[in-house]
Design a protein around this ligand. Structure first.
Ligand code: NAD
Ligand code: GLY
Length: 343
């Protein structure tokens, strides 16, 4: 399946399929006419998939393997990788290939965006989260001491090539994190995504789920690439999700916290009379189906962490509320209003 995304700087394809990792060179159009590429990946993904990717690339293609995990999304490593691209002799019309999950994608995309004031990069997502979310839309970032993703750019890729076969080796926790984001899409978009999630994700419908999520994100980012309005919807569950992550000192993985955040908001919306009970039960049974736990902390305590959210603008937090399945809104609230809303 190929989805074309129109970005401000031009359009790019998002290609998904089985067994296409060995075809990245032709599908993404890299290393044509003597151009070169550099691969950035992590130490979990490299032993599994680097050789297959490299098999179609020139033998002297440089590769850089970073430690897996969020800690690699840091300024120092981004600087080292940028220096490495220079040492590799990468030129302005060459490309970076990001092979991995959202960490590698965000980091390599950020490095590509600053090297020589920006060179092409290709996203090759290998996690469910990266396949349905982070590889699409051009957000690149590293974390700062003050918080996640605080340094970054919107810098769309040249192409996204997702070999769905790579998802088969994901550890259970990572698969579940991706499902947390998939529940987010199900509630935001409703329709077939919701139906697939309600049925249960299987080998037979995984490709369709990924394609539908990518197409939903396409519609959002084509209208609001720079997150001035509509794109904020993609933060459903994230305001409280990030706060739960902080409260738990990263004890719960990101996607699980997003799922808890969706439940907190759904509960507040049904209590406020804006979400019909039937739709509320549809959301909660989806969360239950995938084994997402309730937030174990008092919501008031969790809300205290929201004061540090980078999405606060002019003293207001853009809260994504739920009116129904497939019907969500962005409602600016002060922290006081939000605390009252969820109490
Ligand atoms: P991740 O990149 O850390 O990958 C999760 C783990 O799975 C890692 O240990 C990785 O080595 C391993 N892994 C990856 N692919 C594998 C495979 N196929 N088989 C076995 N192991 C594999 O995490 P993630 O959940 O993919 O991404 C999270 C990151 O994405 C966060 O930094 C978040 O901020 C970012 N993000 C960015 C956007 C965006 O729009 N740019 C959106 C959502 C999240
Ligand atoms: N994952 C949120 C976004 O891309 O906007």
């Amino acid at each position: 399946m190929k989805t074309t995304i129109a970005a401000a700087t031009g359009s790019y394809p998002v290609i998904s399929g089985h067994g296409i990792l060995k075809d990245v060179r032709t599908l993404a159009g890299v290393c044509e006419g003597g151009r070169r590429a550099v691969v950035i990946t992590d130490d979990n993904v490299a032993p599994l998939y680097l050789d297959t990717l490299l098999s179609s690339l020139p033998a002297d293609t440089p590769r850089h393997i970073v430690p897996h995990g969020e800690a690699s999304k840091n300024w120092t490593l981004a600087g080292e990788l940028t220096e490495a691209l220079a040492a590799d002799g990468l030129c302005r019309d060459d490309a970076v290939i990001a092979l991995g999950g959202g960490v590698v994608g965000d980091l390599a995309g950020f490095v590509a965006s600053v090297y020589m004031r920006g060179i092409s990069y290709v996203q090759v997502p290998t996690t469910l989260l990266a396949a349905i979310d982070s590889s699409v839309g051009g957000k690149t970032a590293v974390d700062l001491k003050a918080g996640k993703n605080l340094a970054g750019r919107i810098y769309p890729p040249k192409a996204v090539v997702c070999d769905l076969d790579t998802l088969s080796t994901l550890p259970g926790t990572e698969w579940k994190c991706g499902l947390g984001e998939a529940v987010k899409y199900a509630v935001l978009a409703g329709g077939e995504i919701f139906d697939i999630m309600r049925e249960g994700v299987t080998e037979n419908n995984l490709e369709r789920l990924v394609d539908l999520a990518v197409d939903y994100k396409r519609r959002i980012v084509e209208e609001d690439e720079n997150e001035k309005g509509l794109r904020r919807l993609l933060n459903l569950g994230h305001t409280f999700g990030h706060a739960v992550e902080t409260e738990s000192a990263l004890g719960f993985p990101h996607g699980v916290c997003v799922a808890m955040g969706i439940k907190i908001i759904a509960r507040a919306c049904v209590k406020a009379g804006m979400l019909p009970k039937e739709d509320y039960l549809a959301v909660t049974s989806l969360l239950q189906k995938y084994g997402f736990p309730d937030c174990p902390y008092p919501v008031g305590a969790v809300a205290e962490h929201i004061v540090h959210d980078k999405k606060i603008e002019s003293g207001k937090i853009n809260v994504v509320t739920i009116r129904g399945i497939g019907k969500c809104d962005v409602v600016p609230m002060t922290l006081g209003e939000l605390k009252e809303f969820v109490s």
